[in-house]
Design a protein around this ligand. Sequence first.
Ligand SMILES: [Zn+2]
Length: 264
Amino acid sequence: MAYPETIKVRVKTFGPIDESSQEYTELRKKLADHKRFRVWDLESKCRIRGGVFHINTKHLFNNQSVTKEGLRIFDFADYSRHPSESNIRYGHYIENLDELNAARAEQFKCGYCGARRDGAQGQWCISCRGSQYLEPAQYALLEMRAVSDDSPRDSTVPLDVIRDIECRQAAAARKRVDARIEAMMKAAQQKVIDATREVTFLRICVDAGIGKLALDNLIYYRHSDSFCFGWRERVSPETARKIDSALGEHKGRYNVTIKVAGGE
Ligand SMILES: [Zn+2]
């Protein structure tokens, strides 16, 4: 990387001044090569004061920057408080853009996913080629262009890039299909496990002489692997005792609860 991790810039502020003033006219002339960001400061959030800031160069943009000080600064921010006061201007600008613009000419980015790479002239992004959302009409966006270059991305997409996108998308789709199949198989296996557990317990009930009770008034809660008698209609204390003695040690083993009339 030929440019530093941070670029020190001096920010100056101006205004409020009238757009028809000599001062504003001279300012525009002086900043003729600055990308101007014209915006309404409706909530008066513009808090940039003049001074020295350190731009983080990891992710460069063509008209604004993020600073180590945690602020977003524009090359030239030209604010008005409200559309009704559009003639009154104030804002900030970076005094000297040379170093920043040199870095912007060297850092290339993908127009689709924003991946950055230095000196990637003539290259096509490989970070997003397998994206399931990438459509043919967007392929041209994958051309790596200098951050400072905001001309339309309308180059012809090389055939090998198209083939590679198709291959990667097919591979990614296969992976997603495999993952779905695995999830479906797991769910199916779990269903068999649950059914087996329920069937086994129903047989125990039949053998213990409470098969009819089980058919009429027993539920199996798969999420907690537990059985409940009396879920449809609470059973009498007498029936509860009958179930208790019929099941014996199976009651604890199969997490069986009984809802008794008059009970909780
Ligand atoms: Zn990309």
